[in-house]
Design a binder for this molecule. Sequence first.
Ligand code: FCA
Length: 334
Amino acid sequence: MKRRFGIRTLCSTALAVTAFSLSSALLAADAVKIGFLVKQAEEPWFQTEWAFAEKAAKDKGFELIKIAVPDGEKTLSAIDSLAANGAKGFVICPPDVSLGPAIMAKAKINDLKVIAVDDRFVDANGKFMEDVPYLGMAAFEVGQKQGAAMAAEAKKRNWDWKDTYAVVNTYNELDTGKKRTDGSVDALKKAGMPEDHILFAALKTLDVPGSMDATNSALVKLPGAAKNLIIGGMNDNTVLGGVRATEAAGFAASNVIGIGINGTDAIGELKKPNSGFFGSMLPSPHIEGYKTAEMMYEWITAGKEPPKYTAMDDVTLITRENFKQELEKIGLWN
Ligand code: FCA
C-alpha cells in the first residue's frame, strides 16, 4: 500500500515537472526578442542607452540583444544574426546614416521592425527616410543652448569678445552633428561674438584623438590677439579632444571654456578639480534607451506603431558644481 502510494506520488510529481518544464520551454520560445544596435559601444552615451533598454526589457519581460555595429558590414550581419535568433525588431544608431536603405532592405527580408535612435537614416539622395520611426535630439535647439551657456560663462568671466575666439569642431556629414554646431554658432553670434572670431575645424573621426587633431589644425590659424578660447563640438568627445589641444598649446584652464553635449561622456573629466572643459549639456539618454526599446516592444506585441518622429529637447547644463546631483536625479550616478 505504502509502496503503491509512493509510486503514484512519484508519477504525479514527474507529470507536474514535465508540465512545468514544457510551459517554461514554451515561455522561453515565446519571449519577445529585440535587438539594440549601436555605432560606438565604447561611448558611455550608448552604454547608458543600453542599460536603460535593459531596464525596459526587465519591466516588460522581453529579451534584449545588444550588438556593437562599428561599420556597415557588422551592421548587416548583425541583422541576419538577430533574425536567426528569432528577434522581431531592433533599435539602431547606425555607424553611417547612408546605410539606411541597406538596413531597411535587410530588415524587410527578415521581417524585422526598425526604429532609428540618435542618428536618422538618409536615402540615396541624402533625404531623411521619414517612414522609419526615429527618436533623437532636437539638435539645433540643444546646440543653441550649448552656445548660450558658453556665452554666459564668458560673460561671467568678464571676457572681452575682442580677444576671445571660438574653435568649433564640426561633423557636417551627420545631420544631428551639423545642426548642433550650427545652433551653438547661432547662439554665440547672437550673444555678440564677431563672426570672424569663429573658426571651424572638420572632424575626421568622432573620438577624442580625432577632435584633438581637428582643434590643433585651427589653433595654428589663431591671431596673436587670441587670449580666451571657446571650444565647441557636437558631443563630449568632440570637445574633450579640443580642450586637450588647448592644454598642449599652453592655454590655461581659466582661459578656455569647452562645453560638450551628452553629459555621460564627461563624468570622468568633471571629476577632475579643474580643466578647460567647463561642462556639458545633458539630455536624456536614460529615456531614449528605455523609450525606444519599449516602443519596439509595443509595436511587436500590440501592433502599436511608434510615431515617425520624436524629438528630445530637454537638456540640463552640468558643471563641476552640479553634475553629481543632476546625474543622481536621473539615476546615472554610480
Ligand atoms: C550621436 C552622437 C552621440 C550622441 C547621440 C545623441 O549619435 O555620436 O555621441 O550625442 O548622437
